[in-house]
Design a protein around this ligand. Sequence first.
Ligand code: SAM
Ligand code: SF4
Ligand code: SF4
Length: 343
Amino acid sequence: MNLMKVQDLVGRPLQNLRISVTDRCNLRCQYCMPEADYAWLPRTDILTFEEIDTLVDIFGELGVNKVRITGGEPLLRTDLPQLVALLAQKPVLQDLALTTNGVLLPDQVTALRKAGLLRLTVSLDTLRPERFKELTRFDNLSVVLRGLEMASKCGFDSVKVDTVVIKGTNDDELVPMLEHGRRLGVEVRFIEYMDVGGATRWSMQKVLSRQEMLNRLTNHYGPIAALDEDTSAPADRFVLPDGTIFGIISSTTQPFCQQCDRSRLTADGQWYRCLYAPTGTDLRGPLRAGISPDDLRGLIARIWGERNDRGAENRLNSADRSALIPIETLQGEPHLEMHTRGG
Ligand code: SAM
Ligand code: SF4
Ligand code: SF4
């Protein structure tokens, strides 16, 4: 295999690819899909597993060594373990992970692990059934908790819980979430509420900052130490006095664009160099038109070479900070949505 590692304009490598396998979802989280109706991607545009496989080979030749499968809700994609098995065979991939809301985990977690999935992240924002329903519109907490518990015993390299913290909604659950994670042996990561496309109810007043989270946890547990790690991972990790490790992803108040090696492929083959980028690059069109692997590699290398994106940092510096994209714009362009772009 030809390995040709590429870097963007400020020296950030192309290493981490998030692949959305569907834009559909079986929940309606307030911070991601709060509206009544959505425009969906045409089914004929959705990449087949073979097409994803081909693209991952090309990305692998350009430096991608970590893949995360996401969505929408990735477990809605039929036969997902088959895709995992295809990707798990690739020696170039050191990491193969998946992010899910957990609703379908009890049915699928064993098959996903068997297919070669290495790491799993379950998004879970509350341990209270009523609150879960208010936050997601579905009464599914117990099944998610069962899926998480099964996952914690399946032999993954790691299982994590990602919790979006929203002031006035679930910011009183920092300690219960950590305690639950500790009981299961899974690491909890708190995510600052982000003003990504789709978060039409976002406001700065609802963001609990990393510093506020640390203050509250210090009040409860005592001194918290930061782990000194040199990594491009989005979470900063901390350790409680009893040794419990947790993470904070502070994309809103302390973005980490400078180390960002992540890009995103939507279910219909649009490639985005940044979560906040207004436009992406169509890879499905050229692929279906029979572009040669060399030309496709050249296209991706060129686009990454021109990358100067630092979306979250730009948002931090913007004077008018309200929801990023108005509802009317989102309805006309589903690719601007977080659930399409793949979180
Ligand atoms: N449906 C799957 C899930 O929820 O895990 C995968 C896709 S979801 C878009 C990926 C991640 O994005 C989830 O962990 C979710 O909490 C996060 N997310 C969505 N909207 C967000 C927002 N406004 N702020 C912070 N994180 C958000
Ligand atoms: Fe919630 Fe994930 Fe679905 Fe968005 S894509 S509504 S975060 S479950
Ligand atoms: Fe990377 Fe863009 Fe997120 Fe910054 S905003 S960390 S550049 S994806």
